[in-house]
Design a protein around this ligand. Structure first.
Ligand SMILES: Nc1ncnc2c1ncn2[C@@H]1O[C@H](COP(=O)(O)OP(=O)(O)OP(=O)(O)O)[C@@H](O)[C@H]1O
Ligand SMILES: [Mg+2]
Length: 253
């Protein structure tokens, strides 16, 4: 990953934000923040409480608008001023309280809002079931999910995360934003989510991973972008830093 991010072919980031600012009344949540994601990269977005991480994630998801700033995909400016536009720019967000409908099946959640229909407007159930099963087999591989008809409310937190990730993968988003995806998960589920993030990066889906757990960040991320008080503090490749150094940087701001 490290070599690739420095090769000439990838000089232009897959996705880039420049000069993002956002105030809420007197609170400056973000001040002239730059952020980039490269192909096949897992970026750890780090910083203490209130640093501005979730604000940045929400801007990239199109649900919060910056007061100032621009977004670029492969060097071309893009408008991501709504969730739909952000998704069209290849971005999918997985929140801790993920946007799944708990009373619907895994299959319906994967397709939610984008179900294939036939000419008469009926849902293509067999096609959806087959596709959902394919995604579950290929990407999720989480014990206990062996049918797309299981209701999401019957899943554990980690399994539900995996379904949300499967949805992003199916619709070919290539930038996946995860805001504290593991904060309420068991050790075993956390392991699975961390492994999925790593697998996704290898298979071409870049990830932005927000976490307070620096051990997790250090395991899965290729690079770290650190915010403090709404400002960029540092961006450093994993190969150029250490867990101790990251802790120090976050603590001293
Ligand atoms: N909707 C809002 N209205 C008012 N202030 C807000 C709003 N959203 C965020 N803020 C403020 O902006 C600052 C950045 O908040 P943000 O949620 O981005 O931090 P964070 O880095 O995600 O923190 P945490 O690690 O605690 O999740 C904080 O001071 C927060 O109180
Ligand atoms: Mg947050």
């Amino acid at each position: 990953m490290t070599d690739q991010s420095q090769s000439p072919a990838s000089q232009v980031p897959l996705f880039e934000a420049r000069g993002l600012s956002k105030s809420y009344g007197h609170v400056e949540a973000l001040i002239n923040v730059d952020f980039e994601v490269r192909k096949n990269e897992v970026v750890g977005l780090l910083g203490d409480n209130g640093a501005g991480k979730s604000t940045l994630i929400k801007m990239l998801s199109g649900v919060v608008q910056p007061d100032k700033g621009q977004f670029f995909r492969n060097g071309t400016e893009v408008d991501i001023s709504s969730r739909q536009k952000s998704e069209a720019a290849g971005i999918q967000t997985i929140y801790q309280d993920i946007a799944l409908v708990r009373s619907m099946s895994i299959m319906r959640n994967i397709f939610a809002g984008r179900e294939p229909v036939n000419k008469l407007g009926f849902l293509k159930m067999a096609e959806m079931r087959e596709t959902a099963m394919g995604i579950l087999d290929e990407y999720v591989r989480i014990a206990g999910i062996n049918s797309p008809d299981i209701l999401v409310e019957q899943l554990s937190g980690g399994q539900a995360q995996a379904v949300a990730i499967a949805r992003a993968v199916h619709f070919k988003r290539d930038v996946l934003l995860l805001d504290e995806p593991t904060s309420a998960l068991s050790v075993r589920e956390t392991e699975k989510v961390l492994n999925i993030v790593r697998d996704l990066a290898e298979s071409g889906v870049s990830c932005v991973f927000v976490t307070h757990n620096l051990y997790h960040a250090f395991r899965v991320c290729d690079r770290f972008a650190i915010l403090a008080h709404g400002q960029n503090v540092q961006s450093t490749l994993k190969s150029d830093t250490s867990l101790n150094e990251l802790t120090d940087i976050i603590m001293k701001h």
